[in-house]
Design a protein around this ligand. Structure first.
Ligand code: HEM
Length: 231
């Protein structure tokens, strides 16, 4: 594998891990929520750096955005990239306005309620968009993993598919249990964090919710690619 490819994978893995930890907000350092809040803000800054790096590494795709024919798959992919970009900007700008540590020197006090609403919407919708975006590229990731392993077998293929279905099913359960939909639709204005439950359980549920949308992203990609072949 070329060094650039390895760097791309490392950045993508770090972004996925950061996203999951960011969703845990101050629970990320639950034994002291004040430290947790500061860790959240620094993680947010780290996510911004990774996001910029991700675009530099994938600049070829960005440069070609106005070139070539748009198949239905490409339209889906581009719309999703735009939504990820929008939610990321929303999280970052509102995060800076709400900051109590890293950007507190800016002394911003107004518009806190609006910033809080934007931050919550961007975080939860962004999580879904980023997971779908990952799902759209899932077959490519699996293809790379296949190259690293020995001969593929039918047994392994079906075991992996079974596992994906199980993760998606648990993800659907966690989505409901964690009230994810209520945050996305602003039915609730404050996120509930249980400081008595271990962080690992929170992350497990969020990994599964991510898995659910990766599953749907992969399914959508397969459907759109098929449709593109027929048209
Ligand atoms: C992709 C990036 C980010 C994600 C996914 C994210 C996610 C979250 C989530 C899930 C919460 C808890 C929900 C809430 O109370 O609204 C939260 C709260 C918060 N985040 Fe972020 N965040 C991100 C970036 C940032 C950045 C860059 C900063 C500041 C430097 C920041 C500062 C805050 C603050 C101050 C709160 C507490 C808001 C309140 O008082 O209600 N976040 N974030």
């Amino acid at each position: 594998m070329k060094p650039k490819q390895i760097l791309k994978i490392a950045v993508d893995l770090l972004m996925t891990a950061s996203l999951l930890l960011l969703m845990a907000y101050s629970l990320v350092y639950g034994s002291d929520p004040t430290v947790g809040e500061a860790v959240h803000e620094w993680l947010g800054v780290g996510m911004f750096v990774l996001f910029v790096l991700h675009h530099i590494l994938n600049r070829k795709w960005c440069k070609g955005i106005l070139r070539g024919r748009y198949t239905s798959y490409r339209v889906l992919q581009t719309v999703l990239v735009a939504l990820v970009l929008l939610s990321m900007c929303g999280s970052m700008i509102s995060g800076i306005l709400l900051s109590r540590t890293v950007f507190s020197f800016l002394g911003i006090r107004s518009g806190q309620m609006t910033a809080r609403t934007v931050h919550m919407l961007s975080a939860y919708w962004g999580f879904v968009f980023m997971s779908l975006h990952l799902g759209l590229h899932w077959s490519g990731i699996m293809g790379m993993a296949r190259k690293l392993t020995k001969k593929p077998s039918e047994f392994r293929k079906w075991t992996l598919r079974g596992m994906a279905a199980l993760v998606a099913a648990y993800g659907a359960y966690a989505f409901v249990k964690r009230d994810f939909g209520s945050y996305m639709l602003l039915r609730v204005h404050f996120v509930f964090f249980d400081f008595d439950a271990p962080l690992a359980l929170f992350l497990l549920d969020y990994v599964a919710i991510m898995g659910l949308f990766v599953f749907w992203g992969d399914f959508l990609a397969a459907m759109f690619v098929q449709r593109g072949k027929r048209s």
